[in-house]
Design a binder for this molecule. Sequence first.
Ligand SMILES: [Zn+2]
Ligand SMILES: [Zn+2]
Length: 277
Amino acid sequence: MPKCDLKTRYIPATFAWTLLLGTTSLFFYFPCQYYLLRHPWVPAYQGVITFFVLANFTLATFMDPGVIPKAPPDEDREDDFRAPLYRSVEINGITVRMKWCVTCKFYRPPRCSHCSVCNHCIETFDHHCPWVNNCIGRRNYRFFFFFLISLSIHMLSIFGLSLYFIMNNNGKTLTEVEPIVSMVIMGVIALLAIPIFGLTGFHMVLVSRGRTTNEQVTGKFTGGYNPFSRGCWNNCCYTQFGPQYPSYLLIQENALVRAFCRQRYRIIVHYHPEVGQ
Ligand SMILES: [Zn+2]
Ligand SMILES: [Zn+2]
């Protein structure tokens, strides 16, 4: 599997953090001063939004996305040569294939995929995001989604507040530093608006349909039934309030998880029928 150079992996994430922190700091240092005495709720409200953006960005970046640890070399090796490449499981009446991961030495559970950048199998793999230098999977998708939502609100809010400041800048000419900084902030936001709002809208559609980016771009359920969907409303609730799964990196029983992944017989899985359609 190709592995990215460690240094180049950090470049997009460093750029994203620098841009986010730089633009936000400029806003608080320059145009926000205008609101401090006139409308003190504005810095407080913007501070809360900034906190949400940074907290979700941090969690999406540093959280274990749902890594299934590789099988240790001593684990059950004798059947590797005889094992077929695929196993099938039945989920809500649909047969789903589980592929043998040559690197990790187990059958990938449904929705799991091997990330060539991280070199790990990730549960409910969505995509590898270079901007957070991490995979987006079962455990951190929620925070990635919240990050996109809060970032969109953050950008709209800062753009509006900077524009209002320029229009009511108490006789300051447009050549002074505060209006210039405000225009730079608005320019950066205008450049990023289409990709960020587009990505946020795309993930809103994915959440409502109960799909991952990986399933969408590979056209897995095109024209067919998605056995993982719980219905639009329940899909949205599940993303926001569903259980937070434990990290297999922290628990000792990860051999049990792989034992499931190595089963040789047909498995019937009812996918959370209590919240099903
Ligand atoms: Zn793997
Ligand atoms: Zn990855």
